[in-house]
Design a protein around this ligand. Sequence first.
Ligand code: CAA
Ligand code: NAD
Length: 331
Amino acid sequence: MHVSLTLICRSLSTSDLFSLMLSRSALQSNRLLSTSKVLQKQVQNVTIIGAGLMGSGIAQVSAQSKLNVVLVDQNDAALQKATKGIHSSLARVAKKKFAEDAAAQNKFVEGTTKYIKTTTNINEGVKDADLVIEAIVENIDVKRKLFAELEKNVKSDAILTTNTSSLKLSDIGLNLKNKQNFGGLHFFNPVPMMKLLEVVRHAETSDDTFKTLNDYGKAIGKTTVACKDTPGFIVNRLLVPYMFEALRMVERGDATMEDVDIAMKLGAGYPMGPFELTDYVGLDTSKFIMDGWHKAYPNEPLFKPSDLLSKKVAEGKLGRKSGEGFYKYTK
Ligand code: CAA
Ligand code: NAD
């Protein structure tokens, strides 16, 4: 918390800092009173748009906290895949929680899934939402179009958020009329396991919105950190260039991808090497990030496109989710 506050302090004016400190202390006093009670008043219905890797994980952790979830995608196949994935992820969680008790495991899985409804009808899916979390493809045009549509169909006090990995909130929400109720919730993959949630405010996000997003994060068991509306926020601004540099290292012939992965696991203590991690994130998502940042910062060598990545994506090798990326995966 100190680190995130220090990062923000460096770039905020005194008045910004003052209101941030006020909202921090408000947050802390609410935490003493009971965060979940405050949250129940504000966020009970969560709609998640995009039922891929991230959307299904966000649906799962929200349902685990007994929030009513609607999970939306463009087609039934995606929703069916997500439902199956959530079920098996919940089963893994249940195994840990209720080691020897099969009946309790089953009750947990079935009880949690009851909180999740699915639909392909976006307008219907968002109409009762207190909080909407967008987790669709990392493409600015597609996201902008979605947000313009969302705003027409949500309750006037609903909060709209994006789980973008790399785009600026102010770009995604450019055409929103009510920018005060718009913010960022950046989750990490795999959502049920990763404890962090980056809560992001852009210049016009209201204090109330920012506070509600922090309360939501805490209610679903995440540790929240705050970040300004800067591409990649904290984690990806540091992690993604490292992943890109690993690609260039192999393209230059400095080392094999297998050795790069071994080196970073055994020499730096990372749970996965950068190629394993890119497979985990998705090569398509990684390429969207790279292309977007290269377009925005054409002279930045850190964001230079990678032929190796482009070739894999063109071949449909998108990582774990498609069965093959840099490595092959069997079920
Ligand atoms: N759901 C539920 N439980 C899960 C799970 C999931 N999806 N994935 C892992 N687990 C749990 C299970 O309890 C599992 O035990 P079981 O196999 O007995 O069920 C336990 O974790 C250990 O998992 P694994 O044995 O499969 O493997 P592991 O020990 O290597 O842990 C990992 C898996 C947590 C993913 C770990 O490898 C890791 O932390 N990897 C790095 C992940 C990372 O860096 N994520 C950030 C990516 S960047 C990002 O997300 C931002 C972006 O915008 C791109
Ligand atoms: P994914 O490819 O697994 O899933 C995206 C889903 O969105 C697909 O099911 C697709 O059918 C659906 N979709 C696309 N356009 C849609 C629309 N207009 N309406 C409804 N559904 C639509 O992608 P993902 O990995 O879950 O990433 C989703 C978002 O989360 C991206 O912005 C990504 O940058 C971000 N993110 C990804 C990771 C990661 O590790 N993969 C981590 C953090 C954030």
